[in-house]
Ligand binder design. Structure first.
Ligand SMILES: Cc1cc2nc3c(=O)[nH]c(=O)nc-3n(C[C@H](O)[C@H](O)[C@H](O)COP(=O)(O)O)c2cc1C
Length: 170
């Protein structure tokens, strides 16, 4: 049983990167083997059909697709930009669906997100849910939201809530 945890911000002090680590810490203490995917590895040229015709799918996206295929469950930790999914994450997902085999088909996907605002990336997760369902993954109904995110709120995020969230799709 392997849990792949993706985060959608490669910023050094990313709150979502910190939330990714907090989720992994609790998951590992609960006996789950985790793979924290480096967000910088999601970085790819903005999808363009001409680029694809000339260069194919970028090699880092092919590696990402392998990690998705190898995982039994995937947590996506998304920031929220203007109420939606940030381009780093959306673009990487779009690229993965250009491969001959869409790696998301039939995968259990759990959505988490952190933001300094009161909505805690809920609107981003709602949009991402629609995208992930469209590419044929199974999106778990319970989201893990960290509102008013800071180093403190993330470090103290309730472990039992994370464990309950992670049970989805077991
Ligand atoms: C272009 C842009 C749009 C944003 N829109 C929202 C928003 O709609 N809701 C929200 O809660 N935060 C919004 N934010 C603030 C982000 O939640 C905040 O920058 C957060 O720290 C980004 O995630 P990260 O720390 O993981 O990089 C926005 C930030 C940017 C740069």
């Amino acid at each position: 049983m392997s849990l792949l945890i993706l985060a959608g911000s490669s910023r050094k002090e990313s709150l979502n990167g910190k939330f990714q680590k907090r989720i992994a810490e609790v998951a590992e203490s609960d006996g789950r083997a985790c793979y924290l995917y480096p967000a910088a590895e999601l970085d790819a040229p903005i999808y363009n059909g001409d680029y694809e015709d000339e260069n194919g799918v970028p090699s880092n996206i092919q590696k990402l697709a392998t990690a998705i295929s190898d995982a039994t469950k995937i947590v996506i930790v998304t920031p929220e930009y203007n109420s939606s999914v940030p381009p780093l994450l959306k673009n990487a997902i779009d690229w993965t669906t250009r491969l001959e085999q869409n790696p998301w088909v039939g995968k259990n996907v759990l959505l988490a997100g952190a933001s300094p605002g009161r909505m805690g990336a809920m609107r981003s997760m709602t949009h991402l849910m629609v995208v992930m369902a469209a590419i044929k993954s199974y999106v778990a109904p319970m989201f893990l939201s960290c509102p008013q995110a800071s180093d403190e709120t993330i470090a103290n995020f309730d472990a039992e809530q994370i464990k309950g969230f992670l049970k989805q799709g077991d």
